[in-house]
Every structure is written in structure tokens, then in C-alpha cells.
Design a protein around this ligand. Structure first.
Ligand SMILES: Cc1cc2nc3c(=O)[nH]c(=O)nc-3n(C[C@H](O)[C@H](O)[C@H](O)COP(=O)(O)O)c2cc1C
Length: 157
């Protein structure tokens, strides 16, 4: 009990992940931070059907996606709830870039995602190199309000 919670999320396409993040912040009483790329995504940027779109170039080039703003008191949080849409069966590049900016030792990390149908797959394993020292306790795709409540109930605090 008494753990300080941060809900950090990225949402670009439909706002589904934003909605989930807001629900989690409400249920946990955590602070919320939106992970926004310095250069925000336009609709054509995230058109994965176009092989030359920004998102495909970033994915193929394993590019960093700089994040706007910084969480100054990141060190004061015990629990981080990190949310994103599944892109190419994993976390979007901007999430990796976000994670690289912070010190993760001792953090309890909970991942939540929304998707167009994919499961969470190896998303947590792929993120591990960017959150050295954190303990990833849970990672799930949330499909509905029931999933969200269930996911929140698994947070150790
Ligand atoms: C570039 C890109 C890649 C995506 N890759 C996947 C995928 O591999 N599997 C999947 O189920 N959905 C995929 N989606 C769909 C999103 O995960 C889904 O629409 C998500 O709920 C969007 O959340 P948001 O509106 O908060 O951004 C992809 C969407 C985009 C834009």
C-alpha cells in the first residue's frame, strides 16, 4: 500500500489507448502522462498499408522517435503503468525511445495495450532491453472495460 502510481501512455489512431489510460488513472488514483512524439503523427504517417509511410520507415530503420516533455519526478514513482497500441506485434518505437530516457531500477512495470486483434505476444520481452532493472509484472491487451478492471486488480500496491 502507498505506492505512487504513474500511468504513461501513447495513443495515435482512434484514442482507444487514451481511453484505457484514463480509466486506469481513475481506478488507481495515479498521475497520468501522455507520451507525445515531438513530431506528432498525422493520419498518413501511420498508414501501415503504405510501405513508405513514416511508421514503416521508423519500424524498418529501428528509429528513435523523440518524445515531447519530460517527467521530472519519475524517480518518485514505484509503479508505472505503460500503455500503447500494438504496432507490428509489439510496442511502437516511440515507447522504446520514451523508456530509454528514464532510470527503471526497482520499478514495478505493468504494460497494457490495445490492438486491432493481435494479442500481447512477445511485447514485454521486446521492451526489456529498454527498461533495465524494472520488474515487468503484467502485460495484457485490454479489449473492454471488464479486461481493464481485471488488469487493474492485479496491480500490487
Ligand atoms: C502502424 C500501425 C501498426 C499496427 N499494427 C498492429 C498489429 O500488429 N496488430 C494489431 O492487432 N493491430 C495493429 N494496429 C492497430 C492498433 O493497434 C489499434 O487500432 C489500436 O487500438 C489503436 O490505438 P490508439 O487509437 O490508442 O492509437 C496497428 C496500427 C498502426 C497505426
Amino acid at each position: 500500500m502507498g505506492d505512487k502510481i504513474l500511468v504513461a501512455y501513447f495513443s495515435a489512431e482512434t484514442g482507444r489507448t487514451r481511453k484505457a489510460a484514463e480509466g486506469i488513472a481513475k481506478l488507481t488514483g495515479g498521475d497520468i502522462f501522455e507520451i507525445k512524439p515531438v513530431e506528432e503523427y498525422t493520419k498518413s504517417d501511420i498508414n501501415w498499408k503504405n510501405p513508405f509511410s513514416r511508421c514503416n520507415k521508423e519500424k524498418i530503420g529501428k528509429k528513435d522517435v523523440p518524445v515531447s516533455g519530460k517527467i521530472e519526478n519519475f524517480g518518485s514513482y514505484d509503479v508505472i503503468c505503460l500503455g500503447f497500441p500494438i504496432w507490428y506485434y509489439g510496442a511502437p518505437n516511440v515507447i522504446n525511445t520514451f523508456c530509454k530516457d528514464y532510470e527503471w531500477s526497482g520499478k514495478k512495470l505493468y504494460l497494457f495495450a490495445t490492438s486491432g486483434g493481435s494479442g500481447i505476444g512477445k511485447t514485454a520481452d521486446k521492451l526489456m532491453p529498454y527498461v533495465t532493472g524494472a520488474k515487468i509484472i503484467n502485460a495484457e491487451v485490454l479489449q473492454n472495460a471488464e479486461d481493464l478492471k481485471n488488469w487493474v486488480s492485479k496491480i500490487e500496491r
